[in-house]
Design a protein around this ligand. Sequence first.
Ligand code: LLP
Length: 419
Amino acid sequence: MSCLYYRDSHLYIENINLKDIAEEFGTPCYVYSRSAIETNWRAFDEAFKTISHHICYAVKANSNIAILGLLAKLNSGFDIVSLGEMERVIAAGGDPQKIVFSGVGKKQVEIERAIEKKIHCFNVESEPELERIQTIASRLNTTVNIALRINPNIDPHTHSHITTGLNESKFGIDINDVISLAKKISALDSVQLIGIASHIGSQIVHLDPFLKVIDRLLDVYKQLQQIGINLQHINIGGGLGITYHDEHPPGIREYAQALQDKLHQQNIRVIIEPGRAIVGNAGILLSRIEYLKHTQHKNFAIIDAGMNDLLRPALYDAWQTILPVESRQTEKKLYDIAGPVCESADFLGKDRELALNPGDLLAINSSGAYGFSMSSNYNSRCRPPEILIDGDHATLIRRRETIDELFASEKTLDLAHCK
Ligand code: LLP
């Protein structure tokens, strides 16, 4: 469900007209609904209530510390993939002991800091990573919890860039190597195997791949049990898709019910790592039309947001709904909605039927996940501000970057001595 609705031909989030947001904070800007974020998180918590569970929000989806703080307050755990994400969670008031650390390339300093902060568990993605964690933990004279991330070779039927559980993916440990690795771990004294994990991809809109993952994980879980290795949890990753356009993903309740049906005979805790399903439809990118450009072949609306602000359409050919902030009854035309960046891939939407005037505001819907968090300064553009709406209030939770900040950490050369 989108967080947007029309009242008197104007687009709103909660009680606020987006036109007022544009006036106060300028465009482009990201706008989020607190209520939508919290409702989605609670829906997961509620839906899994019949089994022991732990929701670890995937920080990469949207890592603004105000949002992390809201989730921390709800008692959320966090799935992180870098030191930066861990420090964000801590700065936001999140509990390090509710952090799981995923990712194929954990550096030594990242492992050391995570051990120092006593995170809940490392999701180990390879044998060399296991050896590194064991060496560091042993040097620090401690024992750390690990889970093995399994690559189950299951196709999630999503975009190839966000498919992570096939044999050719860099992620996880081959399912056929897991038992022998688990036996090896039993002999190590600085790591304790407490779980198995899997994350096969993102924007998954069918239940079937999730059910297959559970079957594979339960199979491994039972094999381990038979050799005396008892786990505390199964981590089924994130990946639940949302509706951007005409997809019909299972609802949170339907998804949770199907998984629980398989899990609840086992007396085991489940960890879930949703990102997109919590924040995706809780935010938009608000942008203003700079020019309408009509050629013999196409109509373009050139807007003030570009691929540096929202990369998904350029990178994944992603379709996100684009809505006028003030709806008009005038004649509609087909437009390509393009940004100012010097790349032909810089579009936010193609062939959209809209009635537009120069200066109009547009909302690019479903931008709460992988929007700001994937933004960049390409073309030396300042990253946009982020605003959180809570009922009648709008709070700036990240201000717009300034031109000075763009090159504040750079240095000109002293060329006086050069010939
Ligand atoms: N857990 C792990 C280990 C992950 O790698 C991810 C996402 C998640 C959980 C959360 O997945 P979600 O519930 O959000 O689907 N930039 C892409 C999505 C990349 C997802 C990467 N991993 C996009 O904009 O579609």
